[in-house]
Design a protein around this ligand. Structure first.
Ligand code: GTP
Ligand code: MG
Ligand code: ZN
Length: 481
């Protein structure tokens, strides 16, 4: 059986994981075929297979096809030189598919996130396209960054450039700590500060109840400890723009965490910076690293995916990194969430940097427990006087008595969360009243909709339109009689 025929015999549905997502399409890494789905039964497929037998493949054909997919899986992850071999007339077989999302999923507001395990159907193996039909239940889901099924979070901040901002770090710790996932905290760019200042930062973070690793993508310091935490896990790196998230993934992919690889990181960073020199190159670099491009149309993506040049050029196999601005802030170089394979086992999602992760998933009643030093203070003092103490101005509060550095962060976050909770309650009450008919929506000046109390039936004035309609109905009834 030729390669083309084998591809046409593959079932038209498969399971896989979303490795990157754009507004209109997602890229799915295919893990296995759905053998229960029928293979291509189009006339072209059956005629090119040269047989007049039934449209569904026999089990041996199934095995052939599956073997082909798996053999391609292995060869795809190596260099792409094989694409110029004798099979040049056959489009490259796909272990990654570019997929649209089924309209029904959009209608029911089912978002497809990076990391989602999905069933893809209607697959065109030759073109490498399909449609995401359903999303399997998630083991975890984060809002900021939006990603599903990760088991571990790496929080990365710059010790400088961008500056270390305690309240921002707290916010990330609370926002991601609320997910219940294990968090590793790393402080990058320790090569830019004297050791004494790095030590002070580590002590500050330790006083909050966290162990942080001081790392440098430039010198490789601390990367081994980070690599150990990531090994074998599906992780996501989060942190502000410019912290060095993409640089860290590049360094790990270079094997920079291994002591014997000293000196390689300079080359990696230089190559990545060259790749990030302009927008076009950034996107090509992203594509080479993870099979994703930021180009707008599905056709462009297909063409770029088929191009072997990116994989052949080692400089392009890094994620793009961008210089920080004059005031030491990141430039939002990474624009999408992308899952990338780590050479020592495991997957790592690179994410766009952001400054204010949401606290929408944190309840006011849970906030205090997300400050480990509060728990320690309460335990040390044998508890607050009141069991339901919110650690604000209550007498006998163990937390306020301990005069902790992050208490002011807690107070700010609590106010924000309470305001949101009160708003949510109001919206729910309004929705309830609307369901019960106590309110009606009227459009006011400028077409702005507002709610107005609905009067009891007996107090309502019948509109002139309704009066006229009633007269009309009565007269036609009379005529009919
Ligand atoms: N000196 C020094 N510079 C670093 C280190 N890590 C990263 N950088 C530099 O910091 C800048 C930003 O790095 P990126 O990897 O693009 O940062 P990012 O967190 O991915 O940023 P976004 O994609 O914008 O979210 C680049 O100029 C890197 O070369 C480090 O350990 N030491
Ligand atoms: Mg980045
Ligand atoms: Zn208290």
């Amino acid at each position: 059986m030729s390669e083309r025929q084998a591809l046409q015999q593959l079932p038209k549905a498969a399971f896989g994981q979303v490795i990157s997502a754009e507004a209109n399409y997602v890229r799915v890494n295919i893990s296995h075929l759905d053998a229960s789905a029928a293979a291509d039964s189009s006339p072209e497929a059956t005629s090119s297979s040269g047989s007049s037998s039934s449209s569904s493949p026999s089990s041996s054909q199934d095995e052939d096809a599956e073997q082909l997919l798996h053999s391609r899986h292995a060869s795809n992850s190596q260099a792409s030189s094989s694409s110029s071999s004798s099979s040049s007339h056959v489009p490259p077989p796909r272990t990654q598919l570019l997929c649209t999302v089924r309209a029904l999923l959009k209608k029911i507001n089912q978002r497809v996130l990076v990391g989602d395990r999905v069933r893809v159907h209607g697959i065109d193996w030759l073109e490498g396209r399909g449609v995401v039909e359903s999303v399997q239940p998630r083991s975890s889901e984060l809002a900021d960054p939006a990603i599903a099924n990760v088991g571990h979070v790496l929080l990365l901040f710059g010790l400088t450039q961008p500056p270390f901002e305690p309240q921002q770090v707290s916010r990330f710790l609370v926002s991601l700590g609320a997910s219940g996932l294990p968090v590793t905290l790393a402080l990058n760019k320790c090569d830019l500060l004297p050791e004494s200042e790095v030590t002070l930062r580590l002590q500050q973070v330790a006083s909050w109840g966290y162990h942080a690793v001081a790392v440098s993508c430039e010198t490789g310091q601390g990367l081994n400890e980070v690599a150990q935490a990531l090994q074998g896990a599906v992780s996501v790196v989060a942190g502000p723009s410019g912290a060095g998230k993409s640089s860290l993934i590049n360094a790990l992919r270079m094997g920079r965490h291994k002591p014997e690889a000293a000196g390689l990181v300079g080359a990696a960073v230089a190559a990545a910076e060259a790749a990030g020199a302009d927008e076009q190159d950034c996107e090509e670099s992203d594509q080479a690293a993870d099979g994703y491009t930021g180009s707008s149309s599905i056709e462009q993506q297909q063409q770029q995916h088929a191009s072997p040049s990116a994989a052949a050029d080692p400089a392009r196999s890094f994620l793009a990194v961008g210089d920080v601005s004059k005031i030491g802030r990141g430039r939002h170089t990474t624009r999408t969430v992308t899952l990338i394979e780590l050479p020592f086992g495991g997957l790592m999602a690179d994410t766009p940097g952001f400054n204010q992760p949401t606290l929408d998933r944190v309840a006011s009643a849970d906030l205090a427990r997300l400050f480990p030093e509060f728990n320690a203070a309460v335990e040390a003092q044998g508890g607050c006087r009141f069991a339901d103490c919110m650690h604000l101005a209550e007498p006998g509060c163990a937390v306020t008595a301990a005069e902790l550095e992050r208490h002011e962060h807690y107070v700010k976050f609590l106010a924000e969360i309470k305001a949101r909770e009160e708003y949510d309650v109001r919206v729910m009450q309004l929705a309830k009243q609307r369901r019960e008919g106590a309110l009606k929506v009227v459009s006011g000046r400028g077409g702005v909709a507002r709610y107005e109390a609905r009067l009891d039936q007996k107090h309502r004035i019948t509109s002139r339109r309704r009066q006229k309609q009633q007269l009309w109905d009565d007269s036609t009834e009379e005529q009919q009689e």
